[in-house]
Design a protein around this ligand. Structure first.
Ligand code: F6R
Length: 357
């Protein structure tokens, strides 16, 4: 039930600190360490390459997941849109391992790939919120999200849960492999939960930013580099699906290769800067679009922030920033939709689970 909340989406955004803490609890073993089932990490260790298959928001979580697994566990990862993979399978490595990410566990496009990869005899893990779902039953292994039912069509807490579970998986693989990581995931994740709580208490500020930047705009750009680019693809999807503003998540450096032609007086450009190595270059991209009249808004991480930034995120580990930076993006989309009198929880033309290919 949504209780005192006007919409499930807002309730589910607010549940994210709880979901992160719940995941920490569910994945802590008897020796107080964050672990996943040994069978799963053993199976993945046989692989020379991981293929992540998903759709929509879950695909965006997969993009972040690739970073986590490659950076921590040093295993190459490819992320594929399910509906593309099933009709145009890439050349696979010798020992592939498949990870299906699906909130519902029922997405037909993802299932079509699972059917194909099973027929080829490859091992598969499903990361899902729904125990007993089709993708869970048909894969060899399952990791649950423990996010509680997600009712709003626009996915929010499932995205965070997917990233959190993959972080635990990546950390576990890294430990098993003996990779040199200096990362206290348990501690870092609890900092993340606190940071989300802080942001969720800044709703009024975020609402007024949404009102000022999306007022009457028909399109918007969300830019970032590296891991921030992945989050901005999710930010754009959230805005599109519930507010019907055409939005694009874009790699900051790629704008000048064509898309900058679309910038005109008042075009909203939201930029994300959570990574030290790209902070200045993203800010350079903001200047380029501002000089052409864009209405810019910078969201940065504490420590990298500069005066004039619209939202400053509490500092967390650089690999876990998506869990924090996505929160204002979800809230911006929510308030943009609200101010346009859109049906936030049930956007037009969309269903919660897409069971046709
Ligand atoms: C976006 C959204 C969709 C789903 C996609 C995959 O907010 O909800 O893009 O993420 O349809 O669904 P699952 O994760 O259930 O496979």
């Amino acid at each position: 039930e949504k209780g005192t909340y006007p919409h499930y989406m807002l309730k589910e955004i607010d549940e994210q600190p709880y979901v992160i803490r719940k995941i920490i609890q569910e994945y802590t073993d008897s020796t107080h360490r964050l672990k996943i089932d040994e069978k799963i990490s053993k199976a993945i260790q046989q692989a020379d390459r991981i293929y992540i298959i998903a759709a929509g928001t879950s695909y965006h979580a997969g993009l972040v997941g690739k970073q986590l697994i490659e950076k921590l566990a040093e295993v190459p990862v490819e992320v594929h849109i399910a509906s593309e993979f099933s009709y145009n399978m890439p050349l696979l490595s010798e020992n592939p391992f498949f990870i299906f990410i699906s909130q519902s566990g029922e997405t037909a496009d993802s299932r079509a790939v699972l059917v194909q990869t099973k027929a080829l005899g490859y091992p598969a893990l499903t990361i899902t919120n729904v125990p007993g779902s089709t993708l869970s039953r048909e894969a060899d292994y399952t990791l649950l999200l423990h996010a509680g039912p997600e009712i709003a069509v626009a996915s929010t807490k499932a995205y965070s849960a997917q990233i959190a579970v993959i972080a635990i998986l990546a950390n576990d693989l890294a430990e098993q492999k003996g990779c040199n990581i200096s990362f206290d995931l348990d501690h870092e994740m609890s900092l993340v939960a606190n940071a989300i709580e802080m942001l969720a208490s800044q709703k009024e500020e975020i609402e007024s930013i949404a009102a000022s930047i999306f007022h009457k705009s028909r399109n918007a750009f969300f830019i970032g580099r590296g891991i921030d680019y992945f989050v901005m693809q999710e930010a754009a999807l959230k805005l599109k699906e519930i507010s019907y503003i055409q939005a694009e998540g874009f790699a900051g450096g790629e704008l000048k290769h064509g898309t900058i032609a679309l910038i005109e007086e008042g075009t909203p450009v939201i930029a994300l800067a959570t990574q030290e190595n790209v902070n200045l270059s993203v800010r350079g991209n903001v200047q380029e679009v501002a000089a052409r009249g864009a209405n810019t808004c910078i969201v940065s991480m504490k420590g990298l922030n500069k005066s004039g930034d619209a939202i400053v995120l509490p500092e967390v580990h650089e690999l876990l920033t998506p869990l924090v930076s996505v929160i204002p993006m979800q809230l911006l989309a929510y308030y943009a939709a609200l101010h346009r009198n859109c049906d936030v929880d049930k956007p037009r033309n969309l269903a919660k689970s897409v069971t046709v290919e």
